[in-house]
Design a protein around this ligand. Structure first.
Ligand code: SF4
Length: 509
């Protein structure tokens, strides 16, 4: 029998969440580095360089890897012989107290992204609670906990299907991954749950993402089970799609494929696939009554010393004198260094702008001649202008794009990953432009922001409209004024190269 105090659990959860906000797991860093070394597509290699540099900066500076510091997901196994010593809270309340303390930590305040009343007012809870908690009672006298902070961009790309028992799981995955676009910030992992019921397959898919990247070891020793065979087959076939880092076309889309299964009904084959992104964040701890189990800081030598140069062809763009004519000269794949004033706005701000314009009222801010950056930054600490401030998924703003370009006077947009057909049509119609920054490189991006202030919709918190002043912020032209999109041309090119045998997508060491 072990006697566990509630502070052991609260402190361990809070510590784990702070830890994973700025330390990638070593296995993940190694896998991205291996993929970076092998990558032959320059845009994809550049994106991975930024992800690795960002990762190292976060480890050094103890600041979040991504501006989306995630929804907390916890898997807790409580031994039947555990005795709670003077506990005044339930285990769920203890975990949420740990989340609260971690996210409000003044030394490294994390972004509160959790909204109550999701189908209604969508009001921020302010401290990132509640966590999503899966609790199990098991044999023994210990408590084992896996803690993850899952980004919304990758969570939004989760897919679930009830296949016929005779259907091919591999075919479904290979057909489905391209429909996920790049909003899940590849390279990352796929967690796949097979069997059970609909909800069981989803929990399995999430839980298996807590495992370390080890597919190169599996490849070396060979598959001994059906799920291991599936892992290898899916890994090879998904990477052969040529989607690449950030969907720019390249050799590595997934760093590993994890699969867990469970017995199912004779009539059923439930399958859920959940991607994990460039901000893969999870930690494990065990409580045995001896106190909180705190994470051990890694050595900074675990991070490769990558350097990245924008190259001689990068164009410097003055945002304060930018004109519509100049944006029409931007070509797909061009690297731009933005300097000057950049305004922010994402889901809630766009909805608010539309409501105001629909009522025929004036906007509280003049957007004429500006670019809008889709971002919800982390609050600043110490001498920062702003906390990590990477881009959010742009397709969510597609339905507003025509209205924004037609009625607000903006010249273009900056965001993450591809635009959908509605967004591209609007860009083409208005001969505008869409620029992308690298998702999962948020702390690196924030270093280009020299000042920040909220100028409208302050009550929306991180979704308020901010005015950033940026200096040499690197972005890539992702959709030009004719509607040509690098997220279409890049993967198509690299898929063709892979199919023809010109290049080999697998990065096995
Ligand atoms: S890396 Fe991309 S998907 Fe992951 S949390 Fe950051 S923005 Fe979201």
């Amino acid at each position: 029998m072990s006697r566990i105090h509630q502070d052991h659990l609260i402190d361990s959860v809070a510590d784990a969440l702070q830890f994973i906000s700025y330390y990638h797991p070593k296995d993940f860093v190694d896998a991205v580095h291996a993929a970076y070394e092998r990558e032959e597509s320059k845009p994809a290699k550049d994106a991975m360089a930024q992800i690795l540099i960002n990762s190292r900066l976060c480890a050094e500076g103890h600041r979040p890897i991504c501006q989306d510091t995630g929804i907390v997901t916890v898997f807790i196994k409580i031994g039947m012989d555990v005795q709670w010593d003077g506990a005044t809270m339930s285990p769920i309340d203890m975990i949420n107290e740990g989340v609260r303390r971690a996210y409000l930590n003044p030394d490294n305040k994390l972004r509160a992204s959790i909204l109550m009343d999701p189908a209604g007012a969508r009001r921020n809870t302010g401290d990132n609670t509640p966590a999503v908690i899966h609790m199990e009672v098991v044999e023994g006298d210990k408590i084992e906990v896996d803690v993850a902070a899952k980004g919304g961009g990758s969570e939004n790309k989760s897919k679930m299907v009830m296949l016929n028992p005779s259907d091919s799981i591999v075919d479904w995955v290979v057909k489905t991954v391209p429909t996920m676009g790049a909003g899940w910030c590849p390279p990352g992992m796929l967690g796949i749950g097979i069997g059970g019921t609909a909800e069981k397959s989803a929990v399995l898919a999430k839980q298996v993402l807590m495992d370390a990247v080890d597919i190169h070891e599996l490849k070396a020793r060979g598959a001994s089970t059906r799920t291991e065979e599936l892992r290898l087959e899916i890994f090879e076939k998904v990477n052969a799609l040529g989607i690449g880092a950030q969907g720019l076309g390249g050799l590595t889309t997934v760093l590993d494929v994890k699969i867990a299964d469970y017995p199912t009904h004779a009539a059923s084959l439930p399958v859920t696939m959940i991607p994990n992104c460039a901000a893969t964040r999870h930690a494990h701890f065990v409580l045995d009554g001896s106190g909180a189990d705190l994470q051990t800081p890694p050595s900074l030598d675990d991070w490769p010393k990558i350097t990245w140069d924008v190259g001689p062809n990068a164009r410097s763009i003055n945002l304060d004198t930018l004109t519509a004519e100049e944006t029409k000269t931007f070509k797909p794949g061009d690297t731009l260094l933005l300097s000057g004033t950049l305004l922010t706005g994402r889901d809630a701000a766009h909805k608010r702008i539309k409501e105001i314009l629909d009522r025929g009222e004036p906007l509280p801010v003049d957007l004429t001649g500006k670019l809008i950056y889709y971002v919800g930054p982390v609050d600043a600490v110490r001498d920062e202008a702003v906390g990590p401030a990477g881009p959010t998924t742009s397709t969510r703003m597609d339905k507003f794009t025509d209205m924004m370009l037609e009625k607000t006077g903006i010249l273009g947009m900056v965001g993450k990953a591809e635009r959908g057909p509605t967004g591209i049509d609007a860009i083409k119609k208005h001969q505008s432009v869409y620029l992308m920054a690298v998702g999962g490189a948020a702390y690196l991006v924030s270093r280009a922001i020299t000042s920040a202030r909220i100028i409208a919709f302050e009550e929306l918190g991180m979704e308020a409209i901010h005015e950033f002043v940026v200096k040499d912020m690197p972005v890539t032209v992702a959709v030009d004024s004719s509607g040509e999109a690098v997220h279409t041309t890049g993967p198509a090119l690299w898929r063709k190269k892979i199919e023809s045998g010109e290049v080999q997508p697998i990065y096995f060491k």
